[in-house]
Design a protein around this ligand. Sequence first.
Ligand code: HEM
Length: 539
Amino acid sequence: MMSNSIPSATALAFLVPASFVALDTIRRLVRSRRERKGSPLPPGPTPLPLLGNALSVDIEEPWKTYTEWKAAYGDVLYARLLDQEFVILNTQSDAVELLEKRSQNYSDRPFIATLEPYGMGFNFILDQHGEQWRLCRRIFHQTFRADTAFAFRPMQLRRARQMIVNLIDDPDQYASHYSTFSAAVALSAVYDYEPSPRNDPIVHIIHRFIAASIPAVTPEKSLLLKVFPFVLHIPDWLPGSSVKREARTASDWANKMVETPYQYVQKRMEASDPVFSMVSDHITRMQQYDESYHADYTSALKRASTSAILGSTETTSSVILTFTLAMVQNPHVWKRAQAEIDTVLGMDRLPDFDDRPSLPYVEAILRETMRWRPITPLIPHAASSSDIYKGLYIPKGMSCVCTKIPPSHIINTTGATIVANIWAISRDEVRYPNATQFIPERFLTAEGTLTDDDPAEYTFGFGRRICPGRHTANSSVWSAIATMLATLEFCLATDAEGKDITFEPKYVNGLACHPDIFPCRISPRPHINKTSLERILAG
Ligand code: HEM
């Protein structure tokens, strides 16, 4: 039997990092008290020693807890989950004040211990606010800024129409068609790659990477690796090595995701096959720079291009899934939209971007879809220095305990996480009465024109980190939903006796938050058929 007074190696292995967390928390509290100079932290629920407020937060949907706390503590809240401090901004105006007007200080990201081990290091979405990020963002901007993204519109419409053909062919696979559509738009823009509608090898790599990396973004996995980084070095035959294997698999898929489409472009360029894409454009631009800069440029280009695929695939398809759920639950909405479309376009052509200003109800549906169930309910930034806002102390204050973390991360791991709570903004009952209901009319004036309220002003984020793909995203979502409304009907599924199958929607929190697959019947409108659509596509 083991003596009680001599801790086992395993107990030590757990005790040492736990003590680091405890000491670190105490050190931060002392330091923050010194730095505050009399300014209080934002109000919030009283934290327990060490655990902080971890036990009071809904782990599945923390945005709901923060929204409830708004009533008790106000618009700007402070909470601590274990050693991680959060300042939660529950209104758009506070998010604009800090994340936009003080963006010099609020454009970092919180440190996530799983990123490097799970192969997410290529992803500039989660990069710190520094030179590497700036170069990626510049490359990205040249392709996706408003005036250049305009050029993608014909491709986006064509892809949306192809999606309808796939939906008519195989309606039960609707989620997969949305995903293929979203990936296809991004792959066309970034690599000039046309994926096949089913079983495409590159789409397969993207899906495998996303599936393998989702465990990386869970807070518990991140905390585990932060506190016990040695689990990445446990031999494969020992219990507890599953995290290491999981990380290795995600990393392998990440590597394929970065290299395979990039090499596809390189090969086409070597074969003098004309290719027009973000990657080919920058490979050409790179030649004007000194050779010594090529390695950095290539690395930034690979990171920007892969981030574009990752940033667009699950987000766009999540919005279309949310839209489908709203249509199935609110048939009067798609019927009113179809009446608008038929009046403006007639029944023998499909909407294109010239029709967009004439279809305010379709636009209102898009806005309500973005508001009703925001796909990124919380947007995390990090403060690089502590600050005073409205007389409240906003701490930097998280520090990273331990080991194999690249120096570029360690330098910047000292920011409290500043969270824009998009859920709270979208649930503001003064601005959006009956906020839980899907009511596109809230974005229309009594005359039927659009109001000035556009949820795109908060659902795409804020300041220097605002979604740089937002113009492309907005056009993709519009082309998808306008084409779907013009061609499809959305009903509850029926059972063998013809009775409607009702269901309680469930939500999945992956890279974006979206409804889980639900039973529904998506069918062509009476005057639409596959042949006529294929004729339109061919023309
Ligand atoms: C409807 C679809 C989309 C939504 C709702 C969305 C939303 C967001 C949000 C909320 C952020 C974080 C902003 C912040 O930190 O303040 C973000 C970042 C980002 N998004 Fe999107 N996005 C969408 C589609 C896209 C698309 C299509 C692309 C690529 C073409 C893209 C690329 C990115 C990138 C690269 C970032 C990271 C920017 C940075 O950290 O500097 N997104 N997006």
